[in-house]
Design a protein around this ligand. Structure first.
Ligand SMILES: Nc1ncnc2c1ncn2[C@@H]1O[C@H](COP(=O)(O)OP(=O)(O)OP(=O)(O)O)[C@@H](O)[C@H]1O
Ligand code: SF4
Ligand SMILES: [Mg+2]
Length: 379
């Protein structure tokens, strides 16, 4: 094993959570964004329908803020991140960065926008070209963005900046000459982060940046992202399905279900008093730090429906424990619940959120217990 894989990087300062809170001014504004993937079939490849991956999503992210985005696999998190950064075309809706339209940009303006918005991917192996040395991997985007003012067309200027950013992410400058296979997973993710930050973005989508890493490395990368946010004045949309990771890094959290945001709240508020039956079920599955405490776990019935044919009304109605307890009220299937303010900064998309109490949650957990013990061992 090379000396690199044994981990000679500087360990980032341990932080107890986000170091700097949101500054207050809105940087990213997302307004009724829709992204459908057409389903085609037959010899003529006619359109048969749509996968409604992101369906009418609106939210703001303040400058300097980390907005976490959670939800089950396939709920549309990556599609939303990629649509906002113009890696995918939006179907409809609008979004602005610093007041400027994201989806309308073309030509030179689009090129400038691409610099301002970067994405860090989940898979540090797959996202780095194995045949390129690190200097070219990180320098590639700079070359594409080179102009007379930044001087990035000059190899020396690029190499100097690549070295600076390797150091900024806790790696040695001379690693620039090495190839991706010479690095450990955590180091490869640091290279992925340097590649995104070298372009001096304002807004970064972190799409599951620690999911592929060992647990011991995850906290190093999370602390690094927190430090870089402070040092480079960054704003993140942080996508993950690990709720503990999102709790650790986020200022606010959005919960997605089948292409919609069903709850949006400051992180402490969301984890202490979730207001959507789906969020309550998700959080109930997070193991307690104290193993002696018995957790009230709510197991959702059935599979997540297809985003090509989502349920009418509230998309969660086929799996909702609260609806069942309330005797299946009609508006859950006829009327789509919009996000509404529950208390300051805390929005929930549920017609019946006020009916949630300690008793209803306990009842749902008890019924889940029965469901689980009813399943024959080994089934
Ligand atoms: N290129 C595509 N063409 C058609 N459907 C797609 C495409 N990419 C994603 N989808 C579908 O869109 C929906 C949302 O996918 P997406 O990858 O955004 O979910 P996700 O929340 O990021 O999931 P995960 O947690 O597994 O990464 C899924 O049903 C997925 O199958
Ligand atoms: S609107 Fe109805 S189905 Fe949807 S989460 Fe609320 S109670 Fe459940
Ligand atoms: Mg994804």
């Amino acid at each position: 094993m090379s000396d690199i894989a044994t981990g000679t990087e500087t360990t980032p300062v341990a932080a107890a959570g986000p170091a700097a809170g949101p500054a207050g001014k809105v940087l990213l504004s997302v307004d009724h964004v829709v992204k459908y993937y057409p389903i085609r079939g037959g010899i003529l490849r006619r359109k048969l329908g749509d996968v409604k991956a992101v369906d009418d999503v609106s939210f703001d992210v303040k400058a300097g803020e980390i907005l976490g985005l959670v939800g089950e696999s396939g709920c549309g998190k990556s599609t939303l991140g990629r649509t906002l950064t113009r890696l995918l075309p939006a179907t409809s809706g609008s979004a602005t960065l610093g007041g400027e339209s994201i989806f309308d940009k073309k030509g030179r303006d689009l090129k400038r926008l691409r610099r301002q918005m970067q994405i860090i991917f989940q898979d540090p192996v797959g996202s780095l070209n194995p045949r390129m040395p690190v200097s070219d991997i990180i320098g590639e985007g700079m070359l594409a963005q080179a102009d007379a003012t930044n001087g990035w067309g000059d190899r020396k200027v690029r190499d100097k900046r690549v070295g600076d950013y390797l150091q900024a992410v806790g790696l040695r400058r001379d690693y620039a000459r090495r190839y991706p296979h010479e690095f450990s997973g955590g180091q490869r993710q640091r290279i992925g982060i340097a590649r995104a930050l070298v372009l001096d973005p304002e807004f970064v989508v972190c799409d599951e940046p620690v999911s592929a890493l060992d647990v011991s490395i995850q906290s190093q990368i999370l602390n690094l992202l927190i430090d870089l946010r402070r040092d480079f004045g960054l704003t993140y949309l942080f996508i993950a399905h690990n709720l503990s990771v999102v709790q650790f890094i986020s200022d606010r959290v959005g919960v997605m279900y089948l292409g919609k945001i069903v709850e949006l709240a400051p992180v402490d508020d969301l984890y202490a008093s979730p207001g959507h039956p789906y969020t309550i079920a998700l959080l109930s599955a997070v193991p307690d730090a104290d193993p002696r405490k018995k957790k009230q776990r709510i197991v959702l019935k059935g599979d997540i429906p297809s985003p090509a044919n989502p349920p009418t009304g509230c998309r969660f109605n086929t799996r909702c424990w609260l609806r069942e307890q309330l005797g299946n009220p009609e508006n859950c299937v006829t009327e789509e619940p919009k996000l509404r303010v529950l208390k300051s900064g805390h929005e929930v998309a549920c017609h019946w959120t006020e009916k949630i109490s300690g008793q209803t949650v306990e009842k749902a957990a008890d019924e889940s217990d029965v469901m689980q013990t009813d399943v024959p061992v080994g089934a």
